[in-house]
Design a protein around this ligand. Structure first.
Ligand code: B12
Length: 474
């Protein structure tokens, strides 16, 4: 559409430009670069006119891209807030003309390290050019926080060391001046086939070296995916939220529609939904409101929070949820449970209470279910010695011997760890101990309990209490 765009701009029309902007916003562009440079175009009139149209339609920040100082000045006056200016180079007079303007508008700008009109090739030449421009900017009283350095990507097809010079420049800017950097990504592969195969790893390398932003077409899949993946690896994407939201339905070679919604966007209207969405604050707020209305804490746990965490399990199985979301939901559930715990605990002090040693088996860190079972047992008169999660058979058996508990409760949530339950039963036998063993956890069945020689199995906490009572009375 470049011909159409040029023709339209020459006629002072923006249909094509707005269409392009829409596409880029949809593809996830964080900033829109606006450039109306074309032959026979009055940029100083056209740039502000297009800026007005764009800011009326999109919330995406703008980058004003022009070689004409007057066009940038006119456009800066019509941008609400401040736009990024692309760029201030080492061309004679450019910093003196544009620097104060950016300062006046609080507009950050891309510093293009040209030495005069010359493009520096090596990192050393670039660093010298940047330094000279920084000195000039300082003299003009321009704050450093407005400066974003262009590390200048040239093509490796004519300059084999081009990528290395960029990386060195990026590292230097970050380490010595604490300055953020950017570059025009696709320049690196100009003149070569399969350009995305070069652009994507180059982006990863630059981000690894400390680059803050880059200029590229967000519709090209490979670099976009590499960028999203790199941000996760560099811990710049909390809970891999952007990665999962854009790439949950990714297929090898097939890209992604980017349709999945981020967890944070879900609106929640019940405690169950709050657990599913991992919204701890929302959950705790709803719990307080429900308590104020006099609702039963046990009801909240059994009818809202447990179904919520089970929904999460289903979403995880369907590959709509991934580990970071699972963790967030588990933490949310845990916070709700901790809040209700004191209210669920009944006064049982002073009575002679049967002891039970409770643990999640070795290799398994799932403890939500075990904690609920423990609490319910306490409420029904048991003294619970909770050994926590990931506990070895030896520790469990030792604790039973030391405390004189008559009952052991084992929890396991994975097919790989449920086999550890049998270790405990065997060890008890080996040591000639007579403690009864009850088992539970989503994967455990009655048949499995019988097969390993356990004394009973329960599917939930209420049943667990009934089972424990029966065994202790017997
Ligand atoms: C929350 C969760 C997590 C949380 C756990 C947080 C925590 N503090 O517990 C986190 C995010 C840490 C997690 C991690 C992992 N998880 Co996970 N997780 C779950 C999830 C979604 C819910 C479990 C839960 O809390 N349920 C709610 C409670 C109330 O139910 P419950 O535990 O079954 O307990 C009840 C009963 O079983 C019974 N009960 C429980 N214990 C006992 C004990 C006794 C003695 C008795 C009588 C009764 C009893 O009473 C309880 C109360 O009603 C399940 C999905 C599922 N369908 O279960 C997956 C699931 C268990 N996880 C799974 C996996 C694979 C993992 C990871 C390996 C993922 C990974 N790739 O790293 C890691 C495991 C790390 C490890 N080494 O353990 C798989 C296991 C697959 C399998 N069949 O082996 C599941 C089934 C998800 C799936 N479909 O793939 N997970």
């Amino acid at each position: 559409g470049k011909k159409v765009l040029t023709a339209e701009l020459q006629a002072g029309e923006f249909t094509e430009a707005l269409k392009l902007a829409e596409e880029q916003v949809q593809a996830g562009a964080a900033v829109l670069d606006v450039n109306v440079g074309a032959p026979m175009v009055k940029e100083e009139a056209l740039l502000p006119a297009l800026v007005k149209q764009l800011t009326a339609r999109f919330l995406t920040p703008l980058c004003l891209d022009s070689t004409k100082a007057e066009a940038l000045e006119e456009a800066l006056w019509v941008v609400p807030g401040s736009a990024l200016v692309n760029s201030i180079s080492g061309e004679p007079g450019r910093m003196d003309e544009l620097g104060p303007l950016c300062k006046l508008h609080g507009a950050p700008f891309i510093l293009l390290p040209l030495a005069g009109k010359k493009l520096p090739v090596t990192a050393a030449e670039r660093i010298a050019a940047i330094e000279a421009l920084l000195v000039r900017a300082e003299a003009l009283g321009i704050p450093r926080r407005l400066i974003l350095v262009d590390a200048l990507a040239l093509t490796v097809s004519s300059k084999p060391e081009a990528a290395k010079h960029c990386l060195e420049t990026i590292r230097h800017c970050a380490a010595v001046w604490g300055l953020p950097t950017t570059l025009g990504l696709s320049n690196i592969s100009f003149g070569l086939p399969a350009r995305e195969l070069l652009n994507a790893p180059f982006l990863t390398m630059c981000l690894g070296a400390g680059m803050a932003a880059h200029i590229s077409n967000p519709s090209t899949a490979l670099p976009r995916e590499a960028g999203l993946a790199s941000e996760v690896l560099l811990a710049r994407d909390p809970q891999a939220g952007r990665f999962i939201a854009s790439l949950a339905d990714w297929k090898y070679g097939g890209g992604s529609g980017g349709a999945a919604r981020s967890v944070k966007e879900r609106s929640v209207t019940s405690m169950r939904e709050a657990v599913v969405a991992g919204r701890k604050e929302a959950l705790l707020e709803m719990v307080e409101q429900a308590l104020a209305r006099g609702e039963s804490p046990l009801g909240m746990l059994n009818e809202q929070m447990i179904p919520g965490i089970m929904d999460v399990g289903v979403l995880y199985e369907k590959k709509e949820y991934f580990l970071p979301q699972l963790l967030l939901s588990a933490e949310t559930m845990q916070a709700g449970f901790e809040r209700l715990k004191p209210l669920l605990e009944e006064e049982t002090k002073g009575r002679e209470r049967p002891k039970i040693v409770l643990a999640t088996v070795e290799g398994d860190i799932h403890d939500i279910g075990k904690n609920i079972v423990g609490l319910m047992l306490e409420n029904h008169g048991f003294q619970v010695v909770d050994l926590g999660k990931d506990v070895s058979a030896a520790r469990i058996v030792d604790a039973a011997a030391e405390t004189g508990a008559g009952l052991i409760g084992l929890s396991a949530l994975m097919t790989t760890t449920m086999v550890r339950m049998e270790d405990t039963v065997k060890l008890l036998k080996e040591r000639g101990m007579s403690q009864k063993v009850i088992v539970g956890g989503a994967v455990v069945t009655d048949a499995y309990a019988r097969a390993i020689g356990a004394d009973g199995h329960a599917c939930d906490a209420v049943e667990a209490v009934r089972l424990a009572k029966r065994l202790m009375d017997a």
